[in-house]
Structures are given as structure tokens and as C-alpha cells.
Design a protein around this ligand. Structure first.
Ligand code: NI
Length: 190
């Protein structure tokens, strides 16, 4: 196992359309998946797509962390999922702004309009078929990682650029707003 170097926005590998994985059960794919999981966990991310580690193949790994899950039926926390040669179907017209960051764009985030509900399919590293419906963060992370396979980075999906900023600054503003709200509700000075 190894921690891989993550490509940052500006590197052309992030802008190209990735190729299908010819044999999802090949040993080199298994090794890549293991390294990607280790890299994602080391970086504290919730998802990582192969192009982000300079491998232009259609596969990604992701998980739904407890603090991000909305608690919806199809959005429960769980272990790492591996999705090879995925397809994604956007369901309905419920589109909501969701906060997103990306390991290829460190230190920043923005609100990105995403479908609330999707259906996705693919195979795992054992070649077993996967077919699931997802909502909330689960749907969000799959849409984000799938975009990487088509050379799309989340800023390309942003519609309200006033939400785009450095995580540190956005957190500072959010904390100040929260403190003001609590102060207003409790009638105490901030
Ligand atoms: Ni990303």
C-alpha cells in the first residue's frame, strides 16, 4: 500500500475524460483501489477518483461519514465503497445547493447545485455488481466523484460564486453568524 500524489486543479489529467477499466478484477486495479483508499483516508477526504491520482480510469472510492449523512433512508454512514465503470442516473428535479470541497482544490469550498436523489451502478473490486439509490450526501459525493471521470471539477458547476471561498474564512463567517443567532435567541450579548 502506498499514499499517492494527488493532482491539483490546473493539472490536465483532471480535465480529460477517463477510460473504462478493462478488467475490474485485475491485480493492478486491486492495488490501485487499495492505494486510493489509503490516500483518501490520509487526506481526510470522503471521496477520491482515479484521475485525481494521475490515473485516467473510470473508478472512484468514497464513503459517507457520520457527520455528513443526512439520516435519510438512502444516506446512511458506512464504510468505503469502490465503484468501477459507474453509471449515474439523476432522479426527479429536486436540486439543492450542497457544500463541496475537493482534495484537488485544497482549502476551498462552494455551494454546488446537485440532485438530491440519484441511482447509480457499477462493479466493485471483486467484479460484483453494485446498484443503489442514494440521497443527500451519499448522492452528492457520487455525483462529485463521477464528474471527475468526465473531467469536471466542482467550480465548473457553481452557480452562486458568492459561496466560493476559503474554508477557513467561510467557517469563520459561519461561526460568527451562529454566535449572533444564539445571542439573539437567548437575549444575551455576544
Ligand atoms: Ni473532487
Amino acid at each position: 500500500m502506498a499514499i499517492l500524489k494527488i493532482a491539483r486543479m490546473g493539472h490536465p489529467v483532471l480535465l480529460r475524460r477517463a477510460e473504462p477499466v478493462a478488467d475490474p478484477t485485475a491485480p493492478e486495479v486491486r492495488r490501485l483501489v487499495a492505494d486510493m483508499i489509503e490516500t483518501m483516508e490520509d487526506a481526510g477526504g470522503a471521496g477520491l477518483a482515479a484521475p485525481q491520482v494521475h490515473v485516467p480510469l473510470r473508478l472512484f472510492v468514497f464513503r459517507v461519514p457520520a457527520h455528513r449523512a443526512t439520516g435519510d433512508l438512502d444516506d446512511v454512514p458506512g464504510g468505503v465503497s469502490v465503484l468501477i465503470n459507474p453509471t449515474v442516473e439523476l432522479l426527479g428535479d429536486d436540486v439543492r445547493p450542497r457544500w463541496e470541497g475537493c482534495l484537488s482544490i485544497p482549502g476551498m469550498r462552494a455551494a454546488v447545485p446537485r440532485h438530491w436523489r440519484i441511482r447509480y451502478a457499477g462493479v466493485d473490486a471483486e467484479g460484483q455488481p453494485i446498484a443503489r439509490e442514494a440521497t443527500g450526501f451519499h448522492a452528492n459525493v457520487v455525483q462529485h466523484e463521477y464528474d471527475h471521470l468526465d473531467g469536471i471539477l466542482y467550480p465548473m458547476r457553481v452557480t452562486d460564486f458568492s459561496t466560493f471561498g476559503f474554508t477557513e474564512e467561510l467557517d469563520r463567517v459561519a461561526q460568527a453568524q451562529y454566535a449572533a443567532k444564539v445571542a439573539a435567541e437567548t437575549g444575551q450579548g455576544a
